[in-house]
Design a protein around this ligand. Structure first.
Ligand SMILES: Nc1ncnc2c1ncn2[C@@H]1O[C@H](COP(=O)(O)OP(=O)(O)OP(=O)(O)O)[C@@H](O)[C@H]1O
Ligand SMILES: [Mg+2]
Length: 283
């Protein structure tokens, strides 16, 4: 079932730029909404092809702003973003976005919400091919039985799954997720985390995800970016930035249930929590 889901980039891992060169490259990014007080500045990081990177930081540090720039929905005040060697200019179906709220079209069924995205991506496809693609990704998130329902007839978790199916259905080179499970109860959240991890591993998808949940980051991410807030210091205003990058040392085939039994789990968790409590804000 999974073998035919790989997107064009999935088999290209061996052809990927050498480690560190970066499939996605962010260079010197800054964003100001108020003069002289950029939310963040001089922000640089890279994502390798097939890598899952989470960013964690307190409210207001600029995570969604970064994601919006990567999605092409907002422009930076300074700096550059390159994907696959090309500078990004505006939104593109090469990047799939899942927002915190599902952002589905309420008047369309699940099938037609996803078909809309698929047709935008491949305008020349006949209706039967579009429908086949839709059904494949609806099945992937376990919603076959709800395919002809409207969003208002679905639970919050189901709507979030439709959003995930839609983002995956266009087989983007990169997925951008802004706290996609933030509004879900713990049980649903766990189930969808497992699903997301399975799909991402299977398709070798490159993912940039915002989360406030330390365990979610430890479960899903290969690397975790710890972001500090902009703050007033004795030397003047200091913009937010990536304070530290943490490589996840746990085995990649980890599960939610077994996470806390793994060597290194508590050390990693404590390190991240310590950052959030003592170092993420200057005050
Ligand atoms: N369009 C805007 N106009 C003015 N200020 C903005 C705008 N968008 C964001 N900001 C400000 O930029 C800062 C970063 O916002 P952003 O939404 O990126 O934070 P965040 O890290 O995603 O926070 P949260 O964890 O609460 O979602 C905040 O101080 C916010 O008030
Ligand atoms: Mg945000």
């Amino acid at each position: 079932m999974w073998s035919d889901l790989s997107h064009p980039g999935a088999t290209m891992k061996s052809n990927a730029p050498s480690a560190g060169a970066g499939f996605l490259r962010i260079e010197g990014l800054a964003k100001s909404f108020a003069p002289g007080k950029p939310v963040f500045a001089d922000l640089s990081f890279t994502l390798d092809r097939g890598e899952f990177v989470c960013i964690i930081g307190h409210s207001g540090c600029g995570k969604t702003t970064i994601l919006n720039v990567l999605a092409g929905l907002d422009t930076a005040s300074a700096g550059h973003v390159f994907m696959d060697g090309r500078e990004l200019a505006g939104p593109s179906l090469e990047r799939g976005v899942v927002f915190q709220s599902h952002a589905l079209m309420p008047w369309l069924s699940v099938r037609r919400n996803i078909a809309f995205a698929v047709r935008s991506r491949w305008p020349g496809w006949p209706a039967a091919q579009v429908d086949e693609q839709v059904r494949k990704f609806v099945a992937l998130v376990g919603l076959d039985g709800a395919i002809d329902k409207k969003p208002s007839q679905l639970s919050g978790g189901m709507k979030q799954r439709v959003g995930i199916a839609r983002a995956f259905s266009i087989q983007p080179k990169m997925l951008l997720l802004d706290e996609p499970f933030g509004a879900l109860d713990a049980l649903t959240r766990g189930t969808i985390q497992d699903e997301l991890m399975r799909i991402v591993r299977q398709t070798q998808q490159t993912v940039f995800m915002i989360t406030h949940d330390v365990d979610e980051a430890i479960l899903l991410a290969d690397r975790i970016l710890l972001m500090s807030n902009g703050s007033e210091t004795a030397d003047g205003y200091r913009p937010g930035n990536i304070a530290e990058t943490v490589q996840n040392p746990l085995p990649r085939e980890r599960t939610r249930a077994g996470l806390h039994h793994l060597d290194g789990y508590y050390a990693l968790r404590n390190h991240i929590v310590d950052f959030l409590v003592t170092r993420a804000k200057a005050t």
